[in-house]
Design a protein around this ligand. Structure first.
Ligand SMILES: CC(C)(COP(=O)(O)OP(=O)(O)OC[C@H]1O[C@@H](n2cnc3c(N)ncnc32)[C@H](O)[C@@H]1OP(=O)(O)O)[C@@H](O)C(=O)NCCC(=O)NCCS
Length: 209
């Protein structure tokens, strides 16, 4: 079973990454698909992400998934909060029965650097410059991007200015990386702690709060 990473964050919140090596039929035996995704690779990613939801919590009710106007999938009764991300041959999902969650996975490339001006605040640039071992700028730009995508999904209501409203205040590099962030909105300012893991060339970031 190609779960390459799983963490039970606590009894109510779990996260996992699946490396996709199966054909579509494998997932279709378990996961209903009720919208037409044409591109075969995107279908596989979508199915693998959904598959992880029941892998993490076997009673996760697939048939009750709704899609908001913002495209965020959710359960109307909030029995579980969940968030999904996919890239290349990987899918990640985080599920929680107690708090809102957001996850993003990315493979660090120069892509985040190309658009860095759009989402990195001057203070965050300073933060990266102050870090020791900061020579791989593509890596750190991807890290910030990944963190902000996870925050965007945690928020779930769309209409977010990544540069101004999603702010990384500190990046703690110890055994792993922890980011302290703020979501700045008119009616809801919230401090968020984001957790990071590097594995199999992937950058994984999640928030549960
Ligand atoms: C929605 C968004 C976050 C998805 O990110 P992505 O890197 O394209 O794709 P990922 O694989 O990481 O995530 C896709 C999953 O996110 C989830 N998702 C989609 N829209 C969502 C939303 N509004 N809120 C939370 N989750 C959402 C879905 O589960 C989706 O997977 P599924 O359709 O298979 O279920 C992204 O497309 C987006 O809109 N980002 C904001 C862009 C922006 O405003 N940028 C400004 C700064 S440059």
């Amino acid at each position: 079973m190609p779960v390459i990473y799983q963490q039970d964050i606590n009894q109510e919140t779990k996260i996992a990454i699946w490396k996709i090596e199966e054909e579509e039929d494998f997932f279709l035996d378990f996961v209903p698909i009720n919208r037409s995704i044409k591109h075969p690779k995107k279908r596989l990613q979508h199915l693998a992400g959904r598959y992880l939801l029941q892998h993490l919590f076997p009673d996760f009710p697939y048939n009750e998934i709704m899609i908001a106007d913002t495209k965020k999938p959710y359960l109307a009764d909030h029995k579980y909060h969940f968030s999904i991300s996919h890239t290349k041959d990987y899918a990640a999902a985080i599920v929680s029965s107690s708090c809102r969650v957001g996850v993003d996975i990315e493979i660090p490339t120069h892509k985040a650097s190309i658009i860095s001006e759009k989402f990195i605040h001057a203070n965050e640039l300073q933060l990266i410059n102050n870090l020791k071992n900061n020579s791989d700028i593509n890596y750190f730009n991807t890290l910030i991007w990944c963190a902000k995508e996870a925050m965007f999904k945690w928020w779930g209501l769309g209409n977010v200015d990544f540069k101004e409203m999603l702010r990384i205040d500190t990046i703690e590099v110890d055994n792993g990386i922890t980011l302290h962030a703020r979501f700045i909105a008119e009616h809801e300012n919230q401090s968020l702690k984001l957790y990071h893991k590097d594995l199999d060339s992937l950058c994984l970031i999640w928030v549960a709060s």
